[in-house]
Design a protein around this ligand. Sequence first.
Ligand SMILES: NC(=O)c1ccc[n+]([C@@H]2O[C@H](COP(=O)([O-])OP(=O)(O)OC[C@H]3O[C@@H](n4cnc5c(N)ncnc54)[C@H](O)[C@@H]3O)[C@@H](O)[C@H]2O)c1
Length: 358
Amino acid sequence: MNLHLLPGPAPLRTVVVGAGGMGMTWLRAVQAHPGFDLVGIADLDERRARGAAIRLRRPDLTVTGDLAGQLAQAPDVCVNITPPAAHFAVSSSALSAGLSVLSEKPFAATLEEAVALTRLAGERGRLLMIAQSRRYEPGLERLRDVARTLGPLGLVSVEFHRAYRDAGFRLAMDHPLLLDMAPHTFDAVRFVTGERPVAVSATEYNPPGSWYAGPAAAIVAVEYTNGVHLGYTGSWCSEGLETSWTGRWRVSGSHGSAAWDGETAPVAEIRADLPPAAAATTEPGQASADPAALVTAALDEFAAALRGGPPPWGEASDNLLTFATAQAAIESARRGVRVEVDELLARHGAELGPKAAR
Ligand SMILES: NC(=O)c1ccc[n+]([C@@H]2O[C@H](COP(=O)([O-])OP(=O)(O)OC[C@H]3O[C@@H](n4cnc5c(N)ncnc54)[C@H](O)[C@@H]3O)[C@@H](O)[C@H]2O)c1
């Protein structure tokens, strides 16, 4: 793709669309980032956008009900923090207006939408990056380093259990866990293992006592290249013994295994006849990063790419693979069959970027 780079060192003129719970985290991060110049806030609920401007102590900001109302300010980029059902409408209008877009995960509501947005970004020469902020957890980077010392990997297990009551729009979604939460894990497994998803088998259901309209629990098996397999069990209505928001991990290779609670440093145990894993530690680790630090890391990569730096993690034509894993899980659960990721992508006419296409 011929990416339209932004000339000069001036901060990126930025409109944030969506001023809800996560929107406030992004707004504070954008405001504090020297590479960004926050010029406006759009939210369907204009009172919410105005309230956000007041909380930021920025009464000068332009507040509107939609992105169109912000275009007169000639923004360079749109940060899209709306719910998944609105991602396509907001990102497509921003790209069509010539803006680059940094969007919250998940990519979109459907694979059709994600493929269309990727194509539109390519046609317009604009950067579309899906912010997979959990990928920037310092513990996840340590886990990847440790995983590289475990020999050929065979099995990754991730358990995700939360009793998430204040779930907002997710309470009414058709696939709250598989669409809105599981992409974090599917993306992080790609980061840790460096492997590509091949096929997915899944069950999703609503456990007894669930307060969600759609299935809030799932059991997913993902096959990756080079014989790596993921076993994912997740629930958003799991009372007691909750895991961290990044889940509880175990990674096993032929030389040993690593475990990570998603918050502190990972630990590893290597076969006794082999040297210990240098990157592993048994010392108490750092706490997980706060949400503002995670989204700031995404802002750093996005801004650098618009100045000619490397494609960021989450670039659309690569994030299609992460999103397709979640969509394959939804289809597998619906049809009761194993779904091949390449076949699903081909059926939707998806064109992967050079990194994902490997
Ligand atoms: N990375 C993370 O850890 C993390 C955490 C929470 C949420 N998220 C993601 O952030 C996004 C937003 O989640 P949230 O919890 O802030 O939701 P929210 O419901 O609290 O806020 C969404 C806001 O978007 C506004 N909105 C909806 N449609 C719009 C449209 N078409 N145009 C303009 N504004 C619109 C709503 O009025 C609301 O103010 C979701 O994609 C979610 O998955 C990510």
